[in-house]
Design a protein around this ligand. Structure first.
Ligand code: SAH
Length: 541
């Protein structure tokens, strides 16, 4: 006799579009389908003409046993679960029944578990992106699990700042569990923590509520609802519940959120929260994020108190009871004494040192500015204080940096206003790739403007312009001289037009010299190859 087979099928949230191809194949291939009545109705069009075994909700063991019996008689049987069959579904139960019978895969009936989209995923997708980070599922059903254990899991998940998906949150008879869960969560999370309630995702009666921890019980929650509780970083934006991917957001001026390059992202100092504590040393004493022992004592005391006076904890008490993992923000910016000023005075240095503090960092760069990186919630305030002290504060990232020579310490000052106007109009502007405009006040061009993306040299009352230098690499070259003796009044508009063209037609991450080469013509300047390969003789040969 042919060996039978059991497919344990997770059919997803409910509609066919969110069911996997393999799940459909299995249903079509099966001689019979076994499942809870409601589920049968959801997949009825796929199982017409098959033997159907409908059972009630609580008859799961019977369902598994019946499936095994039929498969042993040579049938192909699908046992169906909503969502994923391996999560509060039938998969484990089928194996348990088989194990009881001494089943072994090699000689026994076939078993195939077909994964499905679980409620945590389907419901999350309808809310926005609330999961994103470490998350867990907790079923509040205490039919098969002791309440004491469920409570512990809620407490642990709340404490560890998991995003939590609550399955089986409430039924006609089980109404207190969700209230108790809210009470525990409020000990560790802000009452305003976003909470999404999704009923019957991707089914006819789908209903979505976006609320918060404090108000969640004001809305209908039932057997068909999944409750998704955000972590300490989750927020609402434009009617969507969003949990950021990491714990740190990057501020730069103008460009609110700036991604670190992969190489920077992996530097220890970019991850002060990691086990290495942001330090480079190999052996760093591990700092526990939660001091468990101390926490347990204060926690228990606070909990006891809250039982006595019937109140939940205040926000302060909550923070004391458990550390709140607030999202931190790193503010990155450039400071310089000015577009041409090169000296920095003591009070400017003192203020910078004060702002940077022990934890921030200052990098000395090749671009006439110091790059500062520090954790703060107040980037605007920091900018204000620095500017008040005479610092020029600019964004970093893919923006325009304008740097000039010191005009022989201000002695050759006739072209300074043009440098300042260019800085004023273009400094910090977003471009496809970081771009340096170099400005030199005499033909010596000793600050190297001809090696910048756009080089401007003032000579005999007029300007020479160089475009598309490549300052780095083995095929480095200066900018192409595109015009000489340009009347001063035409300079700034011309530079602005060049930048406009680059911003409009440049591809993301395309350096200016590559852009010039690709488009061949910028503001009527024809591109010419500046790098001339020469034959290199190896002295040893
Ligand atoms: N195996 C299923 C879970 C079964 S437990 C899965 O992986 O999704 C039953 C609980 O799942 C319900 O109480 C509800 O919390 C959740 N659930 C299942 N399908 C859902 C849907 N379409 N919309 C919202 N919640 C759902």
């Amino acid at each position: 006799m042919m060996k039978g087979k059991i497919f344990v099928v997770g059919f997803g949230p409910g509609d066919e579009a969110h069911m996997t191809h393999r799940a459909k194949e299995a249903l079509i291939e099966s001689d019979s389908v076994i499942g809870y009545k409601t589920y049968m109705d959801l997949v009825s069009h796929l199982i017409e003409g098959k033997e159907i075994v409908r059972t009630g909700m609580t008859e799961e063991v019977t369902r598994a046993q019946e499936a095994v019996r039929q498969a042993e008689n040579g049938s192909k049987v699908s046992v169906i679960s909503s969502g994923d069959a391996g999560l509060y579904g039938m998969a484990g139960l089928v194996y348990e029944v088989l194990i009881e019978k001494g089943w072994k895969e090699e000689e026994g009936i076939g078993v195939e578990i077909i994964p499905g989209v679980s409620a945590i995923n389907s419901c999350a997708s309808l809310l926005g992106a609330p999961v994103m980070h470490d998350a867990c599922t907790i079923s509040l059903s205490d039919h098969l699990t002791p309440w004491e254990l469920i409570e512990k899991r809620v407490e642990a998940a709340a404490q560890a700042d998991f995003v939590i998906a609550l399955y089986n949150p409430k039924s006609g008879r089980r109404t207190k569990q969700i209230e108790e869960t809210q009470r525990i969560l409020l000990k560790y999370r802000d009452p305003k923590t976003p909470v999404g309630l999704v009923k019957s995702a991707f089914r006819e009666r789908q209903h979505i509520v976006m609320t918060d921890l404090e108000n969640m019980l004001e809305f209908e929650i039932g057997m068909l609802t999944t409750v998704i509780i955000g972590n300490n970083s989750t927020f609402y934006y434009d009617g969507k519940m969003i949990t950021p991917r990491g714990y740190q957001r990057k501020y730069t001026l103008g460009e609110e959120e700036q991604k670190l390059k992969p190489a920077q992202r992996l530097k220890p100092e970019a991850e002060p929260w990691a086990m290495h504590g942001g330090k480079r040393e190999k052996l760093v004493k591990k700092k526990p994020l939660i001091k468990n022992k101390q926490l347990a004592a204060t926690d228990l005391a606070k909990e006891a108190l809250s039982y006595i006076d019937g109140t939940t904890l205040t926000a302060d008490a909550r923070e004391e009871a458990a550390p709140v993992f607030k999202q931190t923000s790193v503010f990155e910016f450039a400071v310089s004494p000015g577009v041409w000023q090169k000296s920095i005075n003591a009070s400017q240095l003192a203020l910078l040192a004060d702002i940077v503090g022990e934890k921030g960092e200052v990098y000395y760069t090749t671009s006439h500015y110091l790059r500062v990186s520090l954790e703060t919630e107040e980037p605007q305030e920091i900018t204000r204080r620095l500017e008040e002290e005479g610092w020029t504060v600019s964004p970093v990232g893919n923006v325009i940096h304008v740097k000039a020579c010191d005009f022989c310490d201000g002695e050759k000052k006739s072209s300074i206003p043009y440098a300042e106007e260019i800085k004023e109009r273009l400094g910090g502007l977003k471009v496809p790739k970081v771009l340096r405009i170099g400005f030199n006040g005499c033909g010596m061009a000793c600050y190297g403007a001809v090696a910048d993306d756009i080089g401007i040299v003032y000579r005999r009352g007029a300007f020479d312009l160089f475009l598309g230098a490549k300052a780095m690499g083995r095929n480095a070259h200066t900018g192409q001289p595109v015009t000489e003796g340009l009347p001063p009044e035409r300079l700034v508009d011309l530079i602005v037009n060049i930048i406009d063209e680059y911003r409009e037609k440049g591809m993301p991450n395309e350096r200016f010299y590559k852009f010039f080469k690709r488009v061949q013509r910028v503001q009527n300047f024809q591109y010419q190859e500046m790098f001339t390969p020469v034959e290199v003789n190896n002295p040893c040969e």
